[in-house]
Design a protein. Structure first.
Length: 139
């Protein structure tokens, strides 16, 4: 029997919750703490916070806001993770799982260090995909 899970996804850019249209245009969608508390109150099974700012570091202001929200729903965070120290900061804020993308290509050997620190089940690899033109899967 299949088990259904409700995972709330919050995209943030420069510390603000945004609604993204193809990662090219963004519209403000509220405050991070409000979104976190709402998803927690609505009994989401997990909340995924994805920082789409494309920085080489985690947004410490957003991490502090996550910590202050004090929610009980398990958190997954992605964006700007490049070291074991980043994971320490995220775990202190309450994050349990971590999404890595650019680190896979820049320093793949460090992925093993992260896995040793938090366990391989807590790491999620994200591979960027882009389409060019109007080409579809059938073409």
């Amino acid at each position: 029997m299949a088990f259904k899970r409700l995972v709330g996804v919050i995209a943030i850019k420069d510390g603000q919750v945004v609604k993204s249209y193809g990662y090219r245009s963004w519209r403000p969608a509220g405050r991070l703490m409000t979104a976190l508390r709402n998803l927690d109150r609505w009994l989401a099974d997990e909340i995924l916070i994805l920082d789409i700012s494309r920085r080489d570091y985690i947004n410490l202001e957003a991490i502090e806001e996550i910590h202050r929200a004090r929610i009980s729903t398990p958190l997954t965070y992605g964006g700007g993770i490049f070291s074991a120290e980043d994971l320490d900061t995220l775990m202190a804020a309450g994050c349990e799982r971590f999404i890595v993308e650019r680190m896979l290509f820049r320093s793949p050997d460090q992925i093993f260090q992260l896995a040793d620190k938090v366990g391989a089940q807590a790491l999620i690899a994200s591979l960027p995909l882009a389409s060019r033109g109007e080409r579809t899967m059938a073409s």
